[in-house]
Write a protein that binds this ligand. Structure first.
Ligand SMILES: Cc1cc2nc3c(=O)[nH]c(=O)nc-3n(C[C@H](O)[C@H](O)[C@H](O)COP(=O)(O)OP(=O)(O)OC[C@H]3O[C@@H](n4cnc5c(N)ncnc54)[C@H](O)[C@@H]3O)c2cc1C
Length: 406
């Protein structure tokens, strides 16, 4: 059955990442009848991680993107690369069972560590820096809930420190919160530089980037799949991977497992002297939650106010109102900051019912895979996807693949 992706207007406004330099990548015109081991639809952070891993493993990779590299949701990401999954461990254990929840949390921890190493080993300049994070009490977990979460995490080897209101105010410069969990081992980076840097490495390994080129259909057959572009050219690959972000493969249209919502973000001017302790990531045990980080030059990025809106015009019309709400919340939490917005943007955001990503073979489609790295841990989940699919395409097995399978 031929299929492609469901087009969406992914984002609006001016993400801060466009102001920092990033490599220019050579694109290759597609030769009709070309062949590859793996065709990847989408050159965002998911496609880039996958292309780098697979090409480093000796596979011939062809990437397609209708916008160009790192121009979809990846450009809107605030890129808090966290191992801490959006759903608290104690809640995920209830919904998925303790074994799966533990495996997912541990794998996320390993994925952030392995991504950190990969960036360092490849020497990708993407402002990568280790970050602590503070998980602030909110309407999902209050102070008692955070203590329970702390015990559950400690039980599986993930240590955190409980911070009281007084410690938060006196030592961290953060106000109006009764408690937080302090953890280590997360990663801050520039998502555009990371994506383009990984793609550059993939191209050096022999991968080809075809952009802007839209994939009109994928026709699967016994020995592989044909990727047909809107200008009528065809590439045949042994495997096709949809790394198309929130533009779902059409075969998943109507699935109740995935939901598109909207989120808004802004960045301030550089103001290193006003920042809180250790520039830790700040996020909340709340729904919707605020997510806050700093950039390498000392700006503050703050996002949140998520809403169940899947209509781009409605999302964009709300931009001033949502940014004002975020500014008020940020000023309350950190009164020393200048919360004037220099960059504002909005984007679609994908959620899955489990909060875990879906990675693997698409049901009912021969030789066709998808990476749906949904949720606030999208970047971490993209790394897990690259590891799982590398194992799959090189004849190995990944012990956690069943947890994330469709
Ligand atoms: C405001 C905001 C804040 C966020 N903050 C964080 C955060 O702090 N941490 C985090 O980990 N994640 C965050 N995310 C999520 C993160 O942005 C996503 O998880 C990630 O960017 C998804 O990457 P991707 O490569 O899967 O998708 P994308 O970057 O959207 O790439 C998919 C690509 O597929 C291409 N494509 C689709 N269909 C076709 C077709 N038919 N033919 C050719 N090309 C096609 C598109 O053009 C697109 O470039 C945030 C998202 C938003 C909007």
């Amino acid at each position: 059955m031929p299929t492609t992706t469901i087009a969406k207007d992914l984002r609006e406004g001016h993400p801060v990442w466009t102001r920092y330099p990033a490599p220019r990548l050579p694109v290759t015109p597609l030769k009709d009848g070309a062949k590859a081991d793996v065709a990847i639809i989408g050159a965002g952070v998911s496609g880039a991680m996958l292309a780098e891993e697979l090409s480093a493993a000796g596979l011939k990779v062809a990437l397609f993107d209708k916008r160009g590299a790192a121009k979809g949701a990846t450009l809107a990401s605030t890129a808090l690369v966290q191992y801490e999954i959006d759903t608290p461990l104690i809640h995920l254990s209830k919904s998925l069972g303790e074994e799966k929840a533990t495996a997912a949390w541990r794998r996320s921890r390993l994925a952030v560590a392995s991504l950190t190493d990969r960036i360092a080993n490849l020497g990708i300049p993407c402002a990568a820096a280790p970050r602590d994070s503070l998980y602030l009490a909110g309407n999902v977990l209050d102070a008692d809930g955070l203590r329970e979460e702390q015990r559950a995490r400690a039980h599986i080897g993930l240590q955190t420190e409980f911070l009281s209101r007084k410690v938060l105010t006196d030592d961290w410069g953060l106000h109006a919160r009764p408690a937080a969990l302090h953890s280590r081992g997360n990663l801050s980076l520039n998502p555009r530089q990371l994506t383009l840097g990984l793609l550059k490495k993939a191209l050096e390994n022999g991968a080809t980037l075809h952009a802007p080129v839209t994939v009109a259909s994928v026709n699967t057959h016994r020995d592989g799949a044909d990727v047909i572009t809107t200008d009528g050219k065809m590439l045949t690959a042994k495997h096709v991977v949809y790394a198309a972000g929130y533009e779902l493969p059409q075969t998943l249209q109507g699935s109740s497992r995935f939901r598109i919502t909207s989120t808004w973000a802004f960045a301030t001017r550089p103001q290193r002297r006003n920042l809180w302790g250790e520039e830790a990531f700040l996020w909340e045990a709340a729904d919707p939650y605020l997510y806050i980080r700093t950039t390498a030059d000392g700006r503050v990025i703050c996002g949140g106010e998520d809403d169940d809106i899947a209509d781009a015009a409605k999302r964009d019309a709300l931009l001033p109102e949502k940014i004002a709400a975020l500014q008020t919340k940020l000023a309350r939490l950190c009164p020393k900051l200048d919360v004037t917005a220099e960059y504002t943007w909005a984007g679609f955001f994908g959620n899955s019912t489990t909060t875990l990503p879906s990675i693997g073979k698409l049901p009912g489609m021969a030789n066709t895979y998808a990476v749906l790295a949904y949720g606030g841990n999208g970047t971490t989940f993209s790394r897990i996807a690259a590891e799982i699919l590398r194992a799959e395409f090189t004849g190995k097995s990944d012990p956690d693949s069943h947890i994330f399978a469709f």
